[in-house]
Design a protein around this ligand. Structure first.
Ligand SMILES: NC(=O)c1ccc[n+]([C@@H]2O[C@H](COP(=O)([O-])OP(=O)(O)OC[C@H]3O[C@@H](n4cnc5c(N)ncnc54)[C@H](OP(=O)(O)O)[C@@H]3O)[C@@H](O)[C@H]2O)c1
Length: 193
C-alpha cells in the first residue's frame, strides 16, 4: 500500500485527486493543509488529515515520516516552499515528489511570451530540478471540468501543445505517478488535453 502525502490538500486539483485516489486505489492518504477544519474525512481508515503550513519545516518533516510519495499542490511563495520540501524530504529520506506547476515556465508555449506572474512557478521548478530527488514536475494547461481523460505530454525543451486540460486527466496522471515511483522520474512534463 502506497502512502501519499498531499500538500495543499484543500486546493481544487488536490481535492479532485484525493477523491480519485480514494475511489481507485488502496493508497493511504495524508492530507496536509492550513485550517484543517475545512475538510471532512470520509474514510478515516485510509485517510489522515494534518493541519500544517508547508513553510513550517518541522511540522512538514513530522508529516513526511513514513510516507512513500509527496504530491505538492501549492500556490504562493512556491520557490521557498520547494526549498523547504526538498530539505524536508532529504531529512526524512523520501525521494519521490510530484509537484504541480504551470504551463509557460520555460517560455515554451507557442505564441505566448513569458510573464512575470510565472516567476514562483519557474523558480520553484528550478529548485526541484537542481535536487537529486525523483521528481515529476507537471506543467498543466488551464483546468477544465470536462469528463474526458485525454491528455498529451510534452517534455522539457519541446513546445507546449494545446491549451486546456481536464481535472480528470490531471488526477489520472497524478494517480499513476504516485503509484509508479519510476514513471517520468526526473522529468518536467507539459500536460494538455
Ligand atoms: N486553475 C488552472 O487552470 C491552473 C492552470 C495551470 C496551473 N495551475 C496551478 O496549479 C496549482 C494547483 O491548482 P489548484 O487549482 O489546485 O490551486 P489552488 O486551489 O489555488 O490550491 C493551492 C493550495 O495551496 C495551498 N497553500 C498555499 N500556500 C500554502 C502553505 N504555505 N502551506 C500549505 N498550503 C498552502 C492553498 O492553501 P489555502 O487554501 O490554505 O490558501 C491552496 O489550497 C496551482 O499552483 C495553480 O496556480 C492552475
Amino acid at each position: 500500500m502506497t502512502r501519499i502525502l498531499i500538500l495543499g490538500a484543500n486546493g481544487q486539483l488536490a481535492r479532485h485527486t484525493t477523491a480519485l485516489l480514494l475511489k481507485q486505489t488502496d493508497a493511504h492518504l495524508t492530507l496536509y493543509l492550513r485550517r484543517a477544519s475545512r475538510l471532512k474525512n470520509p474514510a478515516p481508515s485510509r485517510m489522515t488529515i494534518v493541519e500544517g503550513d508547508v513553510l513550517d519545516g518541522k511540522a512538514l518533516q513530522a508529516a513526511m515520516r513514513g510516507q512513500d510519495v509527496v504530491y505538492a499542490n501549492l500556490s504562493g511563495p512556491m520557490a521557498e516552499q520547494a526549498a523547504i520540501i526538498v530539505a524536508s524530504m532529504h531529512a526524512t529520506g523520501l525521494t519521490r515528489l510530484i509537484f504541480v506547476s504551470s504551463m509557460g515556465i520555460y517560455g515554451e508555449v507557442p505564441g505566448e511570451k513569458y510573464r512575470s506572474v510565472l516567476d514562483p512557478y519557474r523558480d520553484s521548478a528550478a529548485v526541484i530540478e537542481a535536487s537529486d530527488l525523483d521528481y515529476t514536475i507537471l506543467r498543466p494547461g488551464w483546468f477544465t471540468h470536462d469528463d474526458k481523460i485525454d491528455y498529451r505530454l510534452t517534455q522539457k525543451g519541446e513546445p507546449f501543445q494545446g491549451h486546456d486540460v481536464s481535472l480528470n486527466s490531471l488526477s489520472d496522471l497524478i494517480m499513476k505517478l504516485a503509484l509508479l515511483p519510476t514513471l517520468h522520474a526526473r522529468a518536467s512534463l507539459g500536460v494538455s488535453g
